[in-house]
Design a protein around this ligand. Structure first.
Ligand code: FE2
Ligand code: FE2
Length: 340
């Protein structure tokens, strides 16, 4: 449906998010490509491999947005349509900077024939209408945000850490959009439609678990605890599902293993990042630490506690600055700081 002057309210929350996105643009030229990688050779290979689903995800998000924009126009949702134009540009930028990162690392991403789950993920996100896509992309953005956040916090002075810090701001904006959009529409959906969204959540998480199993050697080379990562991600998705009206309080049926209740606690992931960040900062904020046992002799218990408390303060401040502070992340991190 083409209208010469579609209804548009510049005070609409999506219009405000659109203005914010327009003001926040950056490009690959703003990245300091001379920054150190801070990775051992095996870790550089591992990064290119675990980055592959994220890399395809950036492109998949771009294609999805281009398909959803006409749907929003047909529904007369002009402000959401304008915002999504900036979302598309953001994903195009993420694709470009990751392409240049691959060139700098000197390795190729994993091929689809080696990791066919990447294609399954892409196709699952393309099923349904704009509401299905919005839920799928919210889950994807939560994954991307958690992934980039780890590198931004652990390697703040290295190339990928710096790049991740920039991408994170975009991903937070994406989450705010899809979360707000879904919060408006989900309460008006029929029960079977809501159930279909929960099925999609389970399907996506199952594919993520399968990807994790195939890339386990690489996550271990980086000292990542993939199970903790997925447990935390599941908990975050459940928090969003409850907030948008998709899941009742205590209903943790979204995850393949039964949802939030089965994964490790939120603070496990915070502790993991805090511990790695302390080791990286001791090396000037560049080096990605190897697995704990290889990295260095254990520090005295008192020293470990000091590092831990410092890093949680940093986490809590970041969360306070972030407009996704509605999540349990900030409340739990603040509680830990208060006790430290
Ligand atoms: Fe992205
Ligand atoms: Fe995104």
């Amino acid at each position: 449906v083409i209208r010469v002057q579609p209804a548009y309210d510049s005070a609409d929350p999506f219009a405000r998010l659109f203005h914010k996105a327009v003001r926040s643009q950056w490009s690959a030229e703003d990245v300091d490509w001379e920054a150190p990688l801070g990775l051992q050779p095996r870790q550089a290979v591992a990064l290119t491999r675990i980055l592959s689903p994220v890399y395809l995800g950036e492109q998949s998000a771009m294609y999805g947005a281009s398909a959803v924009i006409p749907q929003l126009a047909a529904a007369g949702e002009t402000s959401a349509q304008l915002y999504l134009a900036t979302f598309l540009l953001d994903e195009a930028r993420h694709f470009e900077v990751l392409t240049q990162l691959y060139q700098r690392l000197g390795h190729h991403p994993v091929a689809l024939r080696e990791l066919p789950e990447m294609l399954r993920y892409h196709h699952r996100l393309r099923q349904g209408d704009r509401i299905d896509w919005m839920w799928g992309i919210l889950i994807s953005d939560l994954f991307a945000r958690q992934f980039y956040q780890a590198f931004a916090k652990v390697q703040p002075a290295a190339l990928f850490g710096r790049m991740s810090a920039r991408v994170l701001v975009d991903e937070s904006r994406h989450q705010a959009f899809s979360h707000t959009y879904l919060k408006r529409v989900v309460p008006h959906l029929a029960p079977e439609r809501r159930r279909a969204l929960r099925v999609m959540q389970s399907d996506i998480l199952r594919i993520m678990e399968s990807i994790h199993r195939r890339l386990r050697d690489d996550t271990e080379a980086l000292g990542f605890d993939g199970a903790t990562f997925l447990g935390e991600l599941t908990a975050q998705i459940e928090a969003h599902a409850r907030s948008i009206g998709l899941a009742a309080e205590g209903d943790g049926a979204g995850g393949p293993g039964g949802g939030a209740g089965t994964g490790p606690g939120h603070t496990d992931w915070a502790q993991l990042i805090a511990g790695k960040r302390a080791a990286s900062l001791a090396a000037g904020g560049v080096i990605w630490p190897v697995a704990q046992a290889q990295a260095q002799p254990p520090a005295p218990a008192g020293a470990r506690r000091r590092h831990f408390a410092f890093d949680l303060r940093g986490l809590a401040q970041d969360c306070a600055d972030c407009f996704m502070a509605i999540l349990c992340r900030s409340r739990l991190a603040r509680a830990r700081v208060a006790r430290a």
